[in-house]
Design a protein around this ligand. Structure first.
Ligand SMILES: Cc1cc2nc3c(=O)[nH]c(=O)nc-3n(C[C@H](O)[C@H](O)[C@H](O)COP(=O)(O)OP(=O)(O)OC[C@H]3O[C@@H](n4cnc5c(N)ncnc54)[C@H](O)[C@@H]3O)c2cc1C
Length: 417
């Protein structure tokens, strides 16, 4: 039941998280405005791989990960990189990442992630139905490839974990079986796991815009404004927008990789970093891609976007200010050409985006310490598109007071204080 006295809500951020939240709140009768300095889907939500990756329940901070990282870091163009000048600034986040990899914390994060993924799947279906969005979906599953028996065997415990969490998959142990799902791959890939329930959007930018168009058609406002300040005045939130000031009843802070700077103005210290990722989008006809393909040990994926192919991935822990290094996108494309021999690499468009990442791979969804009228919703890392509809439902439950679940405790903004 809506509290009529608290119906004016400002959502900061017009990415997939902010737009999903705005639309869901609007459907319950709230007056919602989105504030974004660049417009809808202008950052990470624009150029991602487009996957609703429901089977990805394993946090990045796995036990023993830091013993493997130095090997990856030795290759400056490898799947993980840290610019040397940024290493010192990154150290506190890396320390928390290391702590998150301890077995008890790792298992707790995985349990929370699995529950969120289950909600995400159901919430996405509700969102697609409510917005008549099926035409923007591709339901072709995902193929995760392995080079040889040894690499495949090493992945088996993770598949068992997925099974324990009710995730459907099929394991393939020959290049011929793989070719039945995706022909044209190099035969070095001898094993694979196929997850049929992955869904991809035709284009993540178009999906976010579709939701925003729906929001506007139903009376929602999108303001092209930079929010320069968030504070409290008489217990009520106050937003500074350039020269102007706005006093909404509630604020939802969903500003992706920039959110912690605004949260800091309310006294909240949140260890948010950015994992920068790169890709190249090739035009229609580049390759006959039939499913989303993950080249796990090489740190990149191939997904079908608007009939073309997007080749992307990599993790560069390099902060928000450094210029993009598009050689990373070149390296991924070259590798893809080796692994997908018929791939036509001409006419590609390169892109870099800022994943908003927490050390434990879990998002921040919860109220600010300073006031229950400011809600944080950011930090979804590699999985913001996947978890957007579920995040919207969880934020609504915080605003309406409908649910105070154990799940929300795992996402508390204060969990690292
Ligand atoms: C290469 C790559 C591939 C990825 N692939 C996938 C995938 O396949 N599946 C998946 O689930 N996820 C994927 N992700 C992650 C996903 O893109 C992000 O988690 C998600 O887009 C984050 O959404 P967001 O709304 O939180 O942030 P963003 O999309 O970054 O939106 C934040 C918005 O806030 C605005 N903003 C910031 N500060 C202010 C301010 N002060 N005032 C006003 N506006 C402000 C920005 O302009 C921006 O529009 C990928 C990411 C990358 C980089």
């Amino acid at each position: 039941m809506q509290d009529r006295a608290n119906k004016d809500i400002a959502v900061v951020g017009g990415g997939i998280i902010g737009v999903s939240i705005a639309l869901k709140l609007q459907s319950l009768g709230y007056d919602v405005a989105i504030y974004d300095r660049k417009g809808i889907a202008a950052e990470a939500s624009q150029g991602n791989a487009g996957a609703f990756a429901f089977s990805e329940i394993v946090p990045l901070a796995t036990p023993g990960i830091l013993t493997k990282a130095p090997k990856w870091l030795l290759d400056p163009m490898g799947p993980l990189s840290i610019p040397p000048a940024y290493a010192l600034q990154l150290a506190p986040w890396m320390l928390r990442f290391w702590r998150a990899s301890w077995k008890d914390r790792y298992h707790a994060s995985m349990a929370a992630q699995a529950e969120l993924m289950s909600l995400s799947r159901q919430a996405l279906e509700r969102q697609i139905e409510a917005t008549q969005g099926e035409r923007l979906m591709q339901r072709d599953g995902q193929l995760q490839l392995f080079e040889g028996e040894k690499e495949f065997r090493a992945s088996l415990p993770v598949w068992e974990t997925r099974r324990a969490h009710g995730i459907r998959f099929e394991l393939l142990s020959s290049a011929e079986e793989i070719a039945e799902i995706q022909p044209g791959l190099d035969h070095r890939f001898t094993h694979a796991g196929f997850t049929p329930d992955w869904t991809n959007t035709l284009d993540p930018k178009a999906w976010c815009q579709h939701l925003a168009d729906r929001f506007c058609a139903l009376g929602g406002k999108v303001e092209l404004q930079e929010v320069t300040g968030v504070s409290l005045e008489g217990g009520k939130p106050k937003l500074r927008l350039g020269g102007a000031v706005h006093h909404p009843d509630k604020v939802v802070l969903a500003a992706g990789a920039w959110s912690h700077h605004l949260a800091r103005q309310l006294g909240e210290k949140i260890p948010l970093e950015t994992e920068r990722g790169y890709n190249t989008t090739l035009p229609k006809g580049a390759f006959d891609l039939r499913t989303h393909v993950t080249f796990g040990s090489h740190g990149f994926v191939a997904s079908r976007i608007n009939g073309g192919v997007r080749i992307g991935g990599a993790v560069e822990l390099g902060g928000l200010k450094r210029a993009p290094n598009y050689r990373r996108a070149d390296v991924l494309l070259k590798k893809a050409q080796r692994f997908m021999p018929g791939l036509q690499t001409e006419g590609g468009q390169q892109w870099m985006g800022f994943r908003p990442s927490m050390p434990d791979s879990l998002p921040v969804i919860g109220c600010a310490s300073a006031s229950p009228s400011v809600i944080f919703a950011f930090g979804h890392g590699h999985l913001g598109l996947t978890q957007s509809a579920a995040t919207a439902e969880l934020v609504v439950s915080l605003i309406t007071g409908a649910r105070e679940s154990q799940l929300l405790r795992a996402f508390a903004p204060q969990r690292f204080s």
